[in-house]
Design a protein around this ligand. Sequence first.
Ligand code: C5P
Ligand code: C5P
Ligand code: ZN
Length: 478
Amino acid sequence: MGTRASKVESFLREVETAAEAISRHIDKGSQIKVVTHFDADGLSAGGLIAASLMRGGAVFSVRAERWIDENVIDEVLAARPPLTIFTDFGSGYLNLIERLRGLEVIILDHHQPSGESPEGVLQVNPHLSGIDGATEISGAGVAYLTARALSRENRDLAYLGVVGALADQQDKFENRSLGGVNELIVKDAVEAGTLKVETDLLLFGRETRPIHKALASTLEPFIPGVSGEEDKSLALLLSLGIKPKEKDRWRALRDLSKDEKRKLFSELASILAANTDQKDAAMTLIGTVYTLCREEPWTSLRDAREFASLLNATGRMEKPGLGIAICAGDRSAALKEAEEVLQTYRKTILRYMRWISETPTSLEEFEGFYLLHGGEVISERMIGTVSNIAIRSLPRNDKPLIAYSFVKDEGIVKVSARGTPKTVKRGINLGKLMKETAERLSGLGGGHDIAAGAQVPRGKLGEFIEALKKELPKGGRE
Ligand code: C5P
Ligand code: C5P
Ligand code: ZN
């Protein structure tokens, strides 16, 4: 499909077309409705568009949703806005969006497209230009490029494209860095003076947070006995002969000597090695650190990965408005409340991770996949996040993880599927699998090859799992 440069060029042309259409609506003073996914990438994307619409003086509203279904489309139909912009979802649900015929729609997405764009729908999606949306650009990245095309002034929002890409775990390049089109966005953010890129241990708050607190707030990777455990983390430091305090001041990661850092890393690596046989688990502890240098050093916004966790927390704990406000520039009341939500979110994750490790029946292994029975225990809004963490501590990394949770009062089951670079290499496309299997059972599904999801009627869960047993090939070590 042409050279790499020509793919990016063709993609940027689509971006321009979308920006022109948005500009026309801003000039006309049309009511613009933005509908975005409620996870961290979705909130970065929605917040980014909100910030640029605000700057442009547009009349607009933003809504965050768990997924696109008939109800979401009905709501748009009821409001009949002259322009609807879907961010970080839409491409997988073109058949539903087709119901908006007669209204103008722009989709800014990076999920695998489900077909041709219906009439009146402008779809900006890297996959359509031969660029991989799972690894090279996020929903927030697509939104950023569009905002940049709307006005050069929006270059200072590039950092949100970085946050979205890290939220979607696109840091799969050398040293856990971002690559592909994301590199362009990183470059813009660095040039705008909002981002600093370095290599170090990937603990949150490395510049200012006491080390034991930085250790305890690290949940990905999940380090048993360290993640969520401030007291035990402090004891661990003491046992390694690392002084947590210098005179009266707590030391931060940046205050440690090379030797102390090495000691700490090898201890964490051996804890990880003892708890999984994934050889590369320890390597996820070191890598490229993305520091947002305009943010206050002691906040959860300073480290771009932690910023992503904070956004995820607001979306998954039913406060997406806080996340969108922060992306749109609010650093006062919204940030304070979001920091509290982040604490609750961390505790919730910890509770679920404990439950999984204390409940052997929660995880079942089949020939082709692992099945996590979240059922009534894990909230449907959290099952995706729990799956992101759980996939890293499975005994083998050549089989995907399928997790499910019951959606209270709606008679449906939420499914989250997560793979690894190995499952992708083995040819497993979870997005396609979720879509096809769910649709056969009157549900909805889709996503990326490496991470996908579905909703199916509760009564069809058994059939759904049986279908996966047939479809997913047996795992095999290379
Ligand atoms: O809807 P969206 O694309 O933003 O969500 C992607 C989801 O898939 C995120 O929860 C992200 O963490 C997850 N993911 C993953 N592994 C990858 C890529 C994405 O678990 N390699
Ligand atoms: O919900 P979860 O975090 O498991 O979603 C993983 C990925 O699959 C996300 O990118 C999400 O947008 C996508 N997804 C989808 N259709 C669904 C559920 C999830 O495209 N019905
Ligand atoms: Zn995304």
